[in-house]
Design a protein around this ligand. Structure first.
Ligand SMILES: CSCCC(=O)C(=O)COP(=O)(O)O
Ligand SMILES: [Mg+2]
Length: 227
């Protein structure tokens, strides 16, 4: 019996185009000014130190870090330092109403149905927990943050590693066999399945012929009571 559902964001609840054509360009455009203005803030300083460590450049200057971070955005690098900073930069865009977090129309009805069934809802994304809360807090459908019992980012480990899903199961406090992970990326689902989770793959575009996971086109086709 499925007791909790953990969902990916990009390509699963939300359009990849929103992330790549709205969020990433916004962060790229505001990155340099944000870092120059806020580098003494303890959270910004901590994120910059993470980038120094990740890029094996412990003495990197602010301007060198800005170049590194800009390259990371262009490469879609899932760098924890970049992800932390992106979350901080996006806040102004959401709060000022420059964009709302994209949500496919099938997502909220399914969340509401699952919540009514007593199933816990969680998020696991490479985006920072702060960024996840912004996307769902300022979503196309309003503030949905109260639907979720918890959020996980790569602080628990990378999305393609089975140990990350073991860590999440432990934090939620449920057996892996009672957990369902939703993602568009079969390598992430492979890792979850290796940890003993149930999996469903969201196919928002072309079918994934390399996948061994059950595939659906939208959330209305996911029936946790039948798993
Ligand atoms: C949390 S919204 C921004 C998503 C993001 O930054 C990202 O890298 C997407 O990662 P995901 O694990 O959701 O595919
Ligand atoms: Mg995804």
């Amino acid at each position: 019996m499925i007791r909790a559902i953990v969902t990916d964001i990009e390509g699963t609840t939300s359009d990849i185009q929103f992330v790549h054509q709205v969020l990433f360009p916004y962060a790229r455009q505001h990155l340099a000014a944000y870092v120059r203005e806020n580098y003494t803030d303890e959270n910004v300083a901590a994120a910059l130190n993470v980038v120094r460590a990740e890029s094996a450049a412990p003495q990197a200057t602010l301007e060198e870090l800005i170049t590194t971070l800009t390259n990371y955005i262009d490469e879609d690098r899932k760098s924890p330092g970049l992800k932390a900073l992106q979350g901080m930069i996006w806040r102004a865009g959401y709060v000022e109403g420059q964009f709302t977090g994209h949500l496919y129309p099938d997502v909220l009805p399914a969340f509401a149905r699952w919540q009514q069934q007593g199933i816990g809802l969680y998020v696991y994304s490479s985006g920072s927990v702060a960024a996840q809360k912004l996307l769902f807090g300022y979503s196309d459908e309003g503030d949905l943050t109260s639907l979720f019992s918890g959020y996980f980012d790569t602080g628990v480990g990378a999305k393609r590693e089975a140990q990350s899903y073991r860590n999440i199961a432990e934090k939620i406090g449920l057996a892996p066999a009672s957990l369902l992970f939703l993602s568009d990326i079969h390598q992430e689902l492979d890792a979850a399945a290796d940890a003993g989770w149930h999996t469903v793959q969201l196919i928002r575009g072309a079918a994934d012929n390399a996948s061994r996971h059950h595939q659906v086109n939208d959330f209305s086709q996911i029936k946790p009571e039948s798993i």
